[in-house]
Design a protein around this ligand. Structure first.
Ligand SMILES: [Zn+2]
Length: 323
């Protein structure tokens, strides 16, 4: 052997072995702009691409933590329902699919609910988990929704839902479709109690969910770029035989046409919800300066004659105390 093989060879395996220590999932690519993203950075940006701000899907628990003050919240128990009432089987038994999804996500079903403080105000938040069988709506989702609505009424708290769903869970047949009127009745109870119900549409919100409680909010918000619709683009194109415009079924497209009130970036979502609740519940009136504080000349007798100004601020003060 020459001096070269004796000297150089042993160093080469040592050098290549070191390289393998880099974990596989350290980098990920953005599905929108295809740029590489350093994965740990995504938790800082709340799963938004740092290059193009594309909003990726967000795990349910991360979203709860982002919304509640100091990330503190209490989960609302998911009621038990009859599993696989139709004994449905396609390629796999429905009961087995359900168990797989539960093992994979650590959740009982596709809707989670929690209560806690948001901007110092008690709220009930429900979040749909797309990772659990595509966020499909079955009996368990309906039960959880009703339970969350009841909690909101009991605590006199606003009810907020973040939707993400492929639609009704076909394996439960008509029982899944019955959740559409059930959730609507539960919402009627929330509205009769005089409590706000806000909807935040996230990617994707389709099918039976978009045809029921997702479109019944007092205000409808959405995340940028979210796909929202009833039937998919391909089905509509085949049925109507027409070419669909660019951006069809996106949050921005629907905002322009008045179906969505406002599209809000994820990083600003909590502040926007706090602000909207404050406006809806009337306590924002307290932040207006009193007439005495407003500089400039004013007509002294107008407020006294109408007698409305004092009544308004008194009402606002009472409401704020109650809240
Ligand atoms: Zn991107």
């Amino acid at each position: 052997m020459s001096w070269l093989t004796d000297y150089v060879r042993p160093r080469i395996p040592g050098f290549s072995a070191k390289k393998k220590e880099v974990p596989d999932d350290l980098w990920t690519s953005c599905p929108s702009c295809q740029q590489m993203i350093y994965a740990p950075l995504l938790s800082e940006t709340h799963r938004c691409c740092p290059h193009c701000e594309h909003h990726m899907r967000m795990p349910m628990l991360e979203r709860f933590a982002l919304l509640f003050d100091d990330g503190q919240f209490e989960r609302i128990d998911i009621p038990s329902v009859a599993a696989d009432p139709l004994k449905f089987k396609d390629l796999k038994r429905y009961g087995d699919r359900l168990k797989d999804a539960q093992t994979k996500t650590g959740e009982k079903d596709s809707l989670g609910a929690a209560h806690g403080l948001m901007g110092g105000r008690e709220v009930v938040v429900a979040i749909m988990n797309f990772a659990f069988m595509g966020g499909s709506m079955g009996m368990a989702m309906g039960e959880t929704f009703v339970k969350a609505a009841e909690k909101a009424i009991e605590a006199k708290a606003p009810f907020i839902i973040f939707t993400a769903s492929g639609g009704a869970r076909m394996q439960e047949g008509i029982l899944s479709l019955m959740q559409m009127p059930r959730t609507t009745v539960a919402l009627q109870m929330v509205k009769e109690a005089g409590l706000p119900y806000l909807v935040v549409l996230t990617d994707p919100t389709t099918g039976g969910v978009s045809a029921s409680f997702a479109m019944l909010g007092d205000l409808t918000l959405a995340e940028p770029g979210a796909q929202i619709g009833f039937a998919g683009k391909r089905v509509i194109k085949q049925t109507t035989g027409e070419d669909l415009p660019d951006g069809f079924q996106t949050a921005e497209f629907l905002q322009e046409r008045g179906i969505i009130d406002v599209v809000v970036a994820r990083k600003d979502m909590k502040d926007k919800l706090v602000q909207l609740l404050s406006l809806l519940l009337g306590d924002a009136l307290l932040e207006l300066p009193s007439p005495e504080e407003v500089p400039g000349e004013r007509l002294p007798d107008v407020a006294a004659e109408e007698g409305s100004q004092d009544a308004t601020s008194d009402d606002a003060a009472t409401e704020a105390k109650d809240a």
